[in-house]
Design a protein around this ligand. Structure first.
Ligand code: ADP
Ligand code: MG
Ligand code: ZN
Length: 502
């Protein structure tokens, strides 16, 4: 049955959306959570395995101390309390890529709980607002292996002729970070979801605990969405859209799910509590498996691992290793860069603080770094539906382009063409300059001929300049720039024009 979805505006007029985000982060530890196996991404299948992560009889787990340290630092950075004492549990279910037939996870005793983060949500008019997102818990667990379904059209099990399993990923340390329900974001719920995950990604990067690559699965997000009639006091039934693997998809998936649920309720139906799959190509979610809260994994405390009781001294020491808190960092950078409050709000709102900082560190002036990220690159990101950080250009490359401007080798027009080349994967700025022949010409011999031609072709302009209207020189400079396809040093052209006519 194909009833058209209500528009987003219609859905919002009737219902209030509520979201909750579960983010899984693969830690960048050298070895796995409970054994010494390596964790390198992309290794030959089943070469990073041992009896423990394969769940062979008699093997015993040993907890990875570096992973606990990362878990505590993540918890502290999210403003959480750190448990004095906590345990692992067995979450029992069969899955071919889970060789032990249970996942070792934390359940009702997470290592970190009750935190919050203030998320900067960009907005066109005001340069961004802060939305507080509660953190219910951050707990430790292990990743599963990976199934590969071969022979079908979709890569899913349906239609496949056979399946292969790679256990290299089984046992890689994971931290699951779960928000409390985010209520009151209204129409901006999809943007809040995206901004939260984007900011979490930056925080994890700053902590140095993970490479947080969404496309490689080292950061994965499940988006819970429900809607309720505007007059209702109780939350609606949620769906959980699994493994949405880019920031842009998170926003799209939440937006779609709000419209879909509104369509169901407006047609007199009820929303089913289930997991759903996001389809990047068609922009819709489809039903996964029905999942109730009472789902019984027969959790019980893991008998093979001792409880984790982090000493307060250790926790305090780890607190000292945290990156600067966001508001302190913002104040410091504002002072260093000499920016106004409004300029800072724009930078933060655009999610460009870290990028501008790195661009300045790579040698650009704060003004230039801000200009590139907030105008030209912001426009490109918007066109491609990407976050700024997802653009295929690094802060060092942006600084490299600006350095070419600073020494007068290119002007702004050419600089933008160099960025085109870098974004198109043509290499470093210098390589793009060489390959596309983008350097400005400031050599008098080459410019002189073009200047002479412009003078001959525009006698009326020449008369005006000779009569003292120096501003009219702009027309001649423009003619020369046009002939040189923008690759002339405009300052030098102006000097040559005026010298010839004085
Ligand atoms: P599960 O075991 O289903 O993964 P979790 O407790 O790990 O459950 O995560 C549930 C997520 O769903 C949390 O982020 C929570 O805030 C969110 N959530 C719970 N109820 C609702 C609701 N009614 N609407 C939207 N999100 C919800
Ligand atoms: Mg969960
Ligand atoms: Zn192992």
């Amino acid at each position: 049955m194909l009833t058209p979805l209500p528009t987003y505006e219609d859905a919002l007029a009737r219902f209030e959306p509520v979201i909750g985000l579960e983010v899984h982060v693969e830690l960048g530890t050298a070895s796995k959570m409970f054994c010494g196996c390596a964790t390198k991404f992309g290794a030959e299948p089943n070469t990073q395995v041992c009896p423990t992560c394969l769940g062979l009889p008699g093997s015993l787990p040993v907890l990875n101390g570096a992973a606990v340290e990362s878990a505590i630092r993540i918890g502290l950075a999210l403003g959480c309390s750190i448990a004095d004492w906590c345990r692992f549990a067995r979450k029992n279910y069969f899955y071919p890529d889970m060789p032990k037939n249970f996942q070792t996870s934390q359940y009702d005793e997470p290592i970190a709980f009750d935190g919050s983060v203030d998320v900067a949500v960009p907005s066109a008019e005001s340069g961004g607002e802060l939305v507080r997102v509660g953190i219910e818990r951050a707990h430790m667990e292990e990743d599963t292996g990976k199934s590969l379904h071969v022979g079908g059209a979709t890569g899913r099990i349906h239609g496949a002729s056979h399946s292969l399993v790679d256990y290299n990923r089984a046992g890689i340390p994971l931290i699951e970070i779960v928000t409390t329900p985010v209520i009151g974001a209204g129409a901006r719920a999809p943007e809040v979801a995206r901004a939260y995950v984007g900011q979490l990604r930056e925080l994890l990067l700053a902590l140095g605990v993970s490479d947080v690559r969404m496309e490689q699965g080292s950061l994965r997000c499940d988006a819970n969405v429900s809607i309720r009639p505007r007059s209702s006091a109780v939350l609606g039934t949620r769906t959980e859209t699994k493994n949405v693997n880019s920031l842009r998809s998170i926003e799209r998936a939440v937006r779609h799910e709000i419209r879909r649920q509104a369509g169901v309720l407006l047609a007199g139906g009820t929303v089913v509590q289930e997991t759903r799959h996001w389809h990047e190509d068609t922009g819709v979610t489809t039903s996964g498996r029905v999942k109730s809260d009472a789902e019984d994994y027969r959790y019980f405390p893991e008998p093979d691992l001792v409880p984790v009781a982090p000493e307060r001294e250790w926790v305090d020491r780890l607190r000292g290793t945290l990156p600067e808190p966001p508001h302190v960092r913002r104040g410091r950078l504002q002072q260093e860069w000499g920016c106004s409050e409004n300029e800072m709000r724009d930078i933060v709102g655009a999610g460009a603080l870290g990028l501008v900082e790195l661009t300045v560190a790579a040698g650009a002036s704060p003004q230039a770094a801000r200009k590139w990220w907030l105008t030209e690159l912001a426009r490109r990101a918007k066109e491609d539906g990407l976050g700024l950080a997802e653009l295929p250009v690094t802060p060092a490359q942006v600084a490299g382009v600006q350095a070419l401007v600073d020494v007068g080798r290119v002007n702004d027009t050419l600089a933008r063409q160099i960025l085109d080349g870098v974004l198109a994967g043509e290499g470093e700025p210098e390589e793009v300059v060489a390959a596309r022949g983008l350097e400005v010409v400031s050599d008098d011999a080459a410019l002189g001929d073009a200047v002479d031609r412009a003078i001959t072709a525009n006698p009326d302009v020449v008369d005006k300049i000779r009569a003292g209207k120096v501003a009219a020189a702009g027309a001649l400079i423009g003619a020369v720039m046009k002939e040189m396809r923008g690759q002339a040093d405009a300052g030098r052209v102006r000097e040559l024009v005026l010298a010839r006519l004085s």
